[in-house]
Structures are given as C-alpha cells and as structure tokens.
Design a protein around this ligand. Structure first.
Ligand SMILES: Nc1ncnc2c1ncn2[C@@H]1O[C@H](COP(=O)(O)OP(=O)(O)OP(=O)(O)O)[C@@H](O)[C@H]1O
Ligand SMILES: [Mg+2]
Length: 222
C-alpha cells in the first residue's frame, strides 16, 4: 500500500483538484481511498457531497479526517492499494500537528504549483520544512497551466527554474480547463466529465500523471 500526500503551503494551487482526479484515474486499477485532511477549506468533502447529492458515486472511497490520531494510523487502512491525502494550504501552527502526522506516514509527496514567479518561494519553504527533513521522495507538479502561448512560456520558465534549483518535477502537467472549475460543484471527476474537448485534455493529463507516478514507483520510488 502507498500513501501519497498532496502538499503546498500556498492555497489555490490545485491540491484538491489533483487529489480528487488522480484518485479517479488510479481507481481504474487500484483500491483507492481519499482522505480530506483540510478541515479549513473542506473542498474535497464538498466535492464528494456534491457527487453523492447528484447520485454520481465516486469511483473510490472517501473520508474527511482531521484527527491527528487517526491520520497517524492511516497505514492500518490496509484494504487499500493507494491512499491520497488532501492537506491544508498553510503551515500555521494550528495545522502543523496534522501536517506532521500526514507526512510521517506518507510514502510520497506531490507538490502542485502554479507556473508563476511567486510560486517558487513558498514551494521551497514547504519542501524544506516538511519534506526534505523526512527524506521523503517527492515531485513538483505544474498545475493550472494555461494552454495559450504565454501560459506555455511561463510553464517552460518555471520548469527551468526548478531544474536550476535541483527540484525534481513531473514531466506531466495539469493544464487549466474550465471543466475542472465546474467539477467540485457538479460532483464529477475527470473520468466522468461530460464529453467535450476540454474533458479529453483533462483526462489525458491525469492519465499521464498516473503513468509517470507508476513508473517512478516501478523504479524504486525515489
Ligand atoms: N487544472 C485546473 N484547471 C482549471 N481550474 C482549476 C484547475 N485546478 C484547480 N482549479 C480551480 O482553482 C481553484 C483552486 O483549486 P483547488 O481548490 O484544487 O486548490 P487548493 O490548492 O486545494 O486550494 P486550497 O489550498 O484553498 O485548498 C478552484 O476553483 C479549482 O476549481
Ligand atoms: Mg484544497
């Protein structure tokens, strides 16, 4: 079983989107549990509630857990192949016990960032404070990547900065699609988005990401 935490102290970078949609793709082949440990925003929880209200069962199990004691025992949920944990977008003192419990029990960390110049500093702080001290394997994930020319340019510049800093990143991106914005309200996930060109692109992104993660894990997970 693997536990994957999606972390970044910066809010609004797409953590909850990545958790809910990566889980949907992974659920095609694995028994997946999503834990919403972000009791401040509860984005994933509202999303799961919208799915239930619309009669669209999520293809994975879901639970909201903010109790540090429960988060410390996640590994006992051994009926799952993969647990994805959504986390609060802050390193505030009130959240640190929760973040520490999650990371103490995680196998891998995904850090979504937006391709913006002011994304790097909070990213590096998050890595230095939570990830590096534990020696956890991790990758930075470019999220909300705009598909127009300036968006792609900014994406390439951000990748170059990460390379200069020696920060490992995924090759796959999560691009910006309107369908993602609607999903938390409709309760859809990327495998059930209503057919459209955007839905195909959005699904492709998460399939690529899942494949890349699997190949990282197949090569020892570092
Ligand atoms: N790839 C994307 N394309 C379009 N919109 C996106 C994408 N990813 C996220 N969003 C939108 O951006 C906003 C923030 O996303 P999300 O809630 O996933 O971020 P977060 O990092 O979990 O934020 P918080 O720290 O507040 O929990 C939401 O309105 C979401 O619908
Ligand atoms: Mg969130």
């Amino acid at each position: 079983m693997r536990i994957l935490a999606v972390v970044n102290q910066k809010g609004g970078v797409g953590k909850s989107n990545v958790v809910m949609n990566l889980a949907a793709v992974a659920a095609a082949h694995s028994r997946v549990l999503v834990l919403d440990a972000d009791h401040l925003q509860q984005t994933a929880t509202s999303w799961a509630e919208a799915a239930e209200a619309a009669g669209k069962a999520l293809p994975y199990d879901f639970d909201a857990v903010d109790d540090v004691a429960v988060l410390s025992q996640m590994r006992e949920f051994d009926e799952y192949d993969l647990i994805l944990v959504d986390t609060p977008g802050t390193l505030a003192d009130s959240e640190l016990p929760r973040l520490n419990a999650i990371l103490d029990n995680s196998d891998f960390v995904v850090l979504p960032i937006e391709p913006k110049f002011n994304s790097i500093r909070p990213l590096v702080t998050t890595i230095d404070r939570l990830v590096r001290p534990r020696g956890l394997p991790y990758r930075v994930l470019l999220s909300r990547v705009r598909r127009d020319e300036p968006g792609r340019k900014r994406r390439d510049e951000t990748i170059a900065t990460l390379d200069e800093l020696g920060q490992p990143h995924f090759q796959s991106d999560v691009r910006e699609y309107t369908v993602h914005e609607d999903a938390p309200m409709t309760g859809d996930v990327v495998t059930t988005y209503p057919p459209s060109r955007g839905a195909i692109g959005a699904l492709d992104d998460f399939k690529s990401l899942a494949l890349e993660l699997n190949s990282i894990w197949a090569n020892g997970g570092k």
